[in-house]
Design a protein around this ligand. Sequence first.
Ligand code: ADP
Length: 482
Amino acid sequence: MDKNFFEYAPAPESRALVSIKAQYGLFINGAWVEPKTKDKFATINPANEEVLSKISQASDSDVDRAVKAARAAYLKTWSKMPAKERGKYLFRIARIMQERAREFAVLETLDNGKPIRESRDVDVPLAAAHFFYHAGWADKLDYAGLGINPKPHGVVGQIIPWNFPLLMLAWKIAPALATGNTVVLKPAETTPLTALLFAEVCQQAELPAGVVNIITGDGATGAALVNHPGVDKIAFTGSTEVGKLIARSIAISGKNATLELGGKAANIVFEDAPIDEAVEGIVNGIFFNQGHVCCAGSRLIVQENIYDDLLAKLKRRMSLIRVGDPLDKNTDLGAINSAAQLAKIKELSASGDTEGAFRWSPDCQLPSKGFWFAPTIFTGVTQSHRIAREEIFGPVLSVLTFRTPQEAIEKANNTPYGLSAGIWSEKGSRILWASKALKAGVIWANTFNKFDPASPFGGYKESGWGREGGRHGLAPYLKGAK
Ligand code: ADP
């Protein structure tokens, strides 16, 4: 039979759903303003390197303007408003995000490179769900078990990464507003467009001016926000390296911080696991969002006696992954977010080759323009290999084996990180035993990468401080709450 018999015809989502401005200013005090220095940088589509727009580089004085606007809004409006009214704004934002969901999804895919199927079915609905969930908390904080009449910090500085631009914005802004804080948020320099569209949503929702301010720029803008004396609390998601810098720079400043950093999650498959389901979970765990996921299941730890069977099935499944145009509704694996990230993935993968692991990828045609990396596995990986220890943040899976359950746990915990883990087994008692023994903030059993606004998320060790989501995620936004 013709090899292409089962090929899908292209099914591109319409790009006409979005209108991208040639350039953007900063969103400060409810209005668009030009940055003081007039500096702009390009944001591109990583799938074809097309320039999408020119983005403002906020300077120290722009950060200062934004923080002052957030302070004024906090003092004059937001802290005086009854909690129930605050909640109404959050509901309104959530509904507008749902109404404009397709626009958000296309824009996210263009700016980030992730498949439209993921931005449409995961990122955007979950972002709206975060606003709905926190809208409900706004007038019930007295009943959250976080103290009587808990008080907000005031002005919160929030810095987010490029892997889930809109979703991370929602994880940050929704709890901050629900607990009565005002916000200055900086999106990542490679993915600012959905945050700028969110600024329009704030205007559409008639959110009082200055309650949410969106400033764009690189790490220097982020550092200026962290160090601004008018910021009471920092919420950061990004690399462990920058997280450590932030922790150092706010030491003894009295600023409270939540840091959601890197990970190197173990996905452990026991001999009694349902193999076909496990294979789906492994694929989802590492190839979802091109592996640009801090909780990605990037270390597969398989019991030795099922290794051959599992690996054959995994390779067959990987051969079906469709890599290509992120706007195509059939695409499974999109573009790598930036040239810099692609270089990092290539460098770490090359270390896998030189350190003696075996690389395998299915046959796949990568587009000639843009940033691409084929889905890849490394077998014969040992714990000392860099690809077993360092976060690759790409579609690359390191496979290790174990003989006894105790060995699996030791290997899984042998990492400076502790964000997430996966367990595949049909035995409930084994799942409970393993989940107690694993040092990770989030543990999935017989599934992977499941998220819900009601469920707290966060890590141990170098994966960061604090929790986001659920009742636990409210605490860092309230003074003295634990
Ligand atoms: P990645 O390595 O995944 O790109 P980063 O930690 O470098 O992640 O970036 C995450 C976010 O942190 C981005 O918005 C980036 O601009 C910002 N950032 C980078 N350096 C600093 C810094 N020194 N202080 C504050 N924010 C920073």
